[in-house]
Design a protein around this ligand. Structure first.
Ligand SMILES: NC(=O)c1ccc[n+]([C@@H]2O[C@H](COP(=O)([O-])OP(=O)(O)OC[C@H]3O[C@@H](n4cnc5c(N)ncnc54)[C@H](O)[C@@H]3O)[C@@H](O)[C@H]2O)c1
Length: 259
């Protein structure tokens, strides 16, 4: 797909992965809807990008919010790229130190934010893509969801997160199969550890030093720009479809993550 002239919706567009993706796609000529719960973060990216970037305040767990973000994208032109990269809660261990069970609601919330909300964005974005005229290749668009390597090697305390991200991995192929007749591709990214605001104010050099030894190469955390680069490569390469791609420097989580 030629990104120039396409419209992209980036859910979590104010975050680490989302902002890097919005910047990269915008630089490649896309018009971009930055959809995020956090007004300040979302607006900052849109102000930085200028013409061709629009912020829509969105709680991804609210169907009508997501519908409004998709409508805003359609208002800019043909929606061709949907990147789902919003954040959310982790989960506790299934039993705490006194062996009391985790609240069921904590599991449900993680599933709601990561799995249910992603499906909602996917279905509404796919419907908008289906309304576009196909490109010369027959392609209409591409959906890129964000899982995690925790989908495959979840660590202690990640039962809910791994279940949600595993759900995203499992739905990738059926999404591609459902949408293939319309020329819409579906892929999932499974990042390892990336230096984003999700890690708070921790010192980047310290974080790289902590994770580096566990990563075959390069011996540092990933950078959001590397995630965004892969998003662009996926968008441009029409033969990528129905697959989950790990982007992790070869990292495999141990039970505690790195050590
Ligand atoms: N950073 C990593 O190492 C890493 C690794 C694997 C997977 N991931 C996944 O990548 C995605 C993005 O992670 P990140 O590191 O960029 O996080 P981040 O915290 O930098 O950004 C997340 C963004 O999502 C927004 N957000 C949170 N809740 C929302 C909601 N209900 N509705 C709309 N927006 C909401 C936040 O305001 C923020 O701007 C997440 O799904 C995360 O699980 C991250």
């Amino acid at each position: 797909m030629d990104i120039a002239g396409a419209v992209a919706l980036v859910a979590g567009g104010g975050g680490g992965f989302g902002a890097a993706t919005a910047r990269r796609l915008h630089a490649a000529g896309a018009r971009v809807v930055v959809s995020d719960l956090d007004q300040a973060k979302g607006r900052a990216i849109v102000d930085e990008l200028g013409v061709g970037a629009v912020f829509v305040r969105t709680d991804v767990t609210r169907e009508d919010d997501v519908a409004a973000a998709v409508a805003a994208a359609e208002g800019l032109g043909p929606l061709r790229i949907a990147v789902v990269a919003h954040g959310g809660p982790g989960g506790p261990r299934i039993l705490d130190k006194e062996n009391a069970p985790a609240p069921q609601s904590s599991f449900a919330r993680v599933i709601e934010v990561f799995l249910l909300a992603t499906y909602n964005i996917d279905r509404l974005a796919a419907a908008a893509m289906a309304r576009t005229d196909p490109l010369e290749s027959g392609e209409r668009g591409v959906i890129i969801n964000t899982a995690s390597i925790a989908a495959f090697d979840g660590t202690i305390g990640q039962t809910a997160y791994a279940a949600a991200k595993g759900g995203l991995v499992s739905m990738t192929l059926p999404l591609a199969r459902d949408l293939g007749p319309l020329g819409i591709r579906a892929l999932t990214l499974a990042p390892g550890t990336f230096l984003t605001p999700a890690y708070g104010d921790a010192d980047p050099a310290q974080l790289d030093g902590y994770w580096g030894p566990a990563i075959p190469f390069p011996k540092r955390m990933g950078r959001p720009e590397e995630y965004a680069q892969l998003v662009q490569q996926i968008a441009e390469n029409v033969y990528l479809n129905g697959e989950t791609i790990r982007i992790d420097g070869g990292l495999r989580f141990t039970p505690k993550g790195a050590k």
